[in-house]
Design a binder for this molecule. Structure first.
Ligand SMILES: C[S@@+](CC[C@H](N)C(=O)[O-])C[C@H]1O[C@@H](n2cnc3c(N)ncnc32)[C@H](O)[C@@H]1O
Length: 206
């Protein structure tokens, strides 16, 4: 397969759409994040509120949240991702909504009780990470929860672009209290490279 096109410095809907249309989607595992599956199984008593999954791709994680009883919404830049996610969710007999949206730039349709991160932070350009933190504060309710499956790889020539626990702490700890962290069960090629961080937005942080 030809190598993927260079991402534009402000990665566009056209770049991601082209990757879906050419089938160049190494992130597509056909299953939800194993770490999310285990988290939901371990927490049957969490109130079933609203959850936003930005950069949802074909919607595996959104369907896991919906299956667990949450009111789940997926957002993605790429129209093909939204189309496939919508079709698969309908075929699975699950209720969730999907919308084409730029998480970093667009206003949220409403604020959510949860935001779930899985391979969006590593997909955007590193210079967009500050915009990601600001977006999170727009999309999440005060005292809302931010659950992240972070990809700790050294790569600088992404996507995916690597990060470290230290960098994540620097971005998120000013606005969030860390509730828990652990190394999750992962897809086979990511074993030991993922770190889950469960944060709660600090009260009064706007
Ligand atoms: C590496 S893929 C991961 C997809 C999905 N989370 C998964 O793990 O299967 C990154 C996804 O983020 C989407 N994306 C990139 N930048 C985005 C943005 N600013 N707003 C919304 N979605 C974005 C891409 O279209 C792509 O579907």
């Amino acid at each position: 397969m030809a190598s993927p096109p260079e991402p534009p410095s402000d990665a566009s809907s056209a770049y991601w759409e082209a990757r879906y249309q050419s089938g160049d989607m190494p992130w597509e595992k056909g299953d939800p994040s194993p770490g999310l599956v285990d988290f939901l199984a371990a927490h049957p008593d969490l109130p079933r509120r609203t959850v936003c999954v930005p950069g949802c791709g074909t919607g595996h994680d959104v369907r896991s949240w919906a299956q667990a009883g949450f009111r789940a919404s997926g957002f993605d830049l790429a129209p093909s991702a939204i189309r496939v996610a919508t079709e698969r969710t309908r075929a699975a007999g699950l209720k969730a909504d999907f919308q084409q949206s730029n998480f970093l730039r667009d206003p949220p349709p409403r604020q959510f009780d949860w935001v779930f991160e899985h391979t969006l932070f590593c997909a955007i350009q590193p210079h967009e990470r500050e915009a990601y933190v600001h977006a999170l504060l727009r999309w999440l309710k005060p005292e809302g929860q931010y659950l992240a499956v972070n990809y700790l790889i050294p790569d600088r020539d992404g996507p995916p672009f690597g990060t470290t626990r230290q960098e994540l702490w620097a971005w998120f700890s000013p606005h969030f209290e860390l509730l828990s962290e652990w190394v999750p069960r992962s897809y086979p090629n990511r074993t030991g490279l993922e770190l889950m961080l469960w944060w709660q937005r600090k009260g009064g942080d706007r």
